[in-house]
Write a protein that binds this ligand. Structure first.
Ligand code: PMP
Length: 451
């Protein structure tokens, strides 16, 4: 009976469900999840998997937190929907909480997703400069390899090869600079401080373009989907200085890194003294339980809108943005993160358990292991000397072998042609110590076999 039902589901899936980047089962049958438990999920075959990438790095507290489900339920029966053209309590409380967590004075516009949070940031940045008497400042700078979302503006800031090749022309006004990627420095092997050079290049690009034409710089504190790139702490500090000098807004995309993923509440907090002008959030904001995006702007920006009496006229609206149930879920999620000291736990367990992944560097085909908090990338190469990227075949067989052993891991996708060679490990922040050991042991076993 179960087999028949599964067969029927597989057929319907094949005929009717359009998957996003159907990466794990291109040829085989899809994995159809039916139930989750903590960091694990079960499929229609009754097989059990540890989710080593937290869904799409969003399911930070794992499956089945009843308190979160209850918060959604209670909110839905109390006030089922309400628009933010007026106001409601969970959105007010959440905006104040976000400001407190960002350790500054921030005002938040809510949307539905990370892409939309970034679109909102671009619109606010451009309007800010108009309000400020600089209507010519409209360009945005982002980094190659970065992913900022799938809507047209966010995708234009995204500088990953395949996405761009499929959808160009991008929106005008989006410029790209090399990332602080010391393992493959675009400035040459013999430049010892390539992160510094990468930061200075932003200064130069702003000068070349004309500071009077640049609205903002958008970056993740740590490039996640683009291959887990972890710059020195000084890099972001220097970028912040450069932005300030040119009156260019620093937009930090915390969609992946926010809410504890890197062992700090926000990724930018690893670089002391950096206070972004705009912070965008999604994923970990609700731990994936309901959709919600947030664009928090510093008081400097919001004051400009208020001063000119235009804060009510952003000309940007989202029907479901700041949905009461999503805000209630986000508040409960944050309460759990705080009560259970999730952020400190991530820092501690990263150090004591996940850091064992660094041992893999001893293998012939492991070029570099990079990690921060519960975000690790293992860059695979044909050989350490040439650094030629590992083949698609090897990448695919590693992911398949892990899955066979009950572990789902990810990889960077479509980043640079031929360079989709970074395995990504980002387990739920609530994973038990045993779960984390299972991740490390499985990856070690599989890589020792195949690399
Ligand atoms: N920014 C980053 C850094 C992301 O990783 C993502 C999603 N992977 C987004 C933005 C877009 O978020 P969403 O899919 O919710 O639109």
């Amino acid at each position: 009976q179960l087999e028949l039902e599964t067969k029927d589901l597989v057929q319907k899936d094949k005929d009717h469900l359009w998957h996003a980047m159907y990466r794990y089962n291109e040829k085989a049958s899809p994995t159809i999840a039916t139930r989750g438990e903590g960091a694990w999920f079960f499929d229609t075959n009754g097989d059990k998997y540890m989710d080593g990438v937290s869904g799409l790095w969003c399911l930070n507290l794992g499956h089945g937190r009843k308190e979160i489900a209850d918060a959604a339920y209670e909110q839905m029966v109390n006030l089922s929907y309400f628009p933010l053209t007026m106001s409601h309590v969970p959105a007010i409380e959440l905006s104040a909480k976000i400001s407190e967590l960002l350790q500054g004075s921030y005002t938040t516009f809510f949307s539905n997703s990370g892409s939309e949070a970034n679109e909102t940031a671009f619109k606010i940045a451009r309007q800010y400069h108009i309000q400020n008497g600089n209507p010519g400042k409209f360009k945005f700078i982002s980094r190659y390899r970065a992913y900022h979302g799938s809507t047209l503006g966010a995708m234009s800031a995204t500088a990953q090869a395949n996405r761009r090749m499929k959808y160009d022309p991008a929106a005008p006004g989006f410029l790209h600079v090399p990332p602080p990627y010391s393992y493959r420095s675009p400035f040459g092997e013999d430049v010892p401080d390539s992160d510094r050079v990468a930061a200075e290049l932003i200064d130069q690009v702003i000068n070349w373009e004309g500071a009077d034409s640049v609205a903002g710089v958008i970056m993740e504190p740590f490039i996640s989907g683009g291959g887990v790139i972890i710059p020195s702490k000084e890099y972001l500090r220097r970028v912040a200085e450069i932005c300030k000098k040119h009156d260019v807004l620093l937009i930090i995309d915390e969609v992946v890194s926010g809410f504890g993923r890197t062992g700090k509440m926000f990724g930018f907090m690893h670089s002391e003294g950096v206070q972004p002008d705009i912070v965008t959030m999604a994923k970990g904001l609700t731990s994936g339980y309901l959709p919600l995006g947030a664009t928090a702007v510093s008081s400097k920006i919001y004051a400009k809108f208020k001063e000119n009496g235009t804060h009510n006229h952003l000309r940007h609206i989202s029907t479901y943005g700041g949905h009461p149930a999503s805000c209630a879920v986000a508040l409960k999620n944050i309460e759990i993160i705080e009560n259970e000291r999730i952020v400190d736990r991530v820092a501690e367990l990263s150090e004591s358990i996940l850091s064992e992944l660094y041992d893999l560097i001893a293998l012939d085909k492991v070029g570099e292991v990079r990690g921060v908090g519960f975000l690790y990338g293992i860059e695979l190469v044909e050989d350490k000397k040439s650094k030629a990227p590992a083949s698609e075949e090897l990448m695919g067989s590693i992911i398949a072998a892990c899955k066979k052993k009950g572990l789902i891991i990810g990889r960077n996708g479509d980043t640079v042609p031929g360079y989709n060679n970074v395995l990504i490990i980002a387990p739920p922040l609530s994973s038990t110590e045993d779960d984390l050991r299972f991740v490390v042991e499985t990856v070690k076993t599989v890589l020792s076999d195949l690399c």
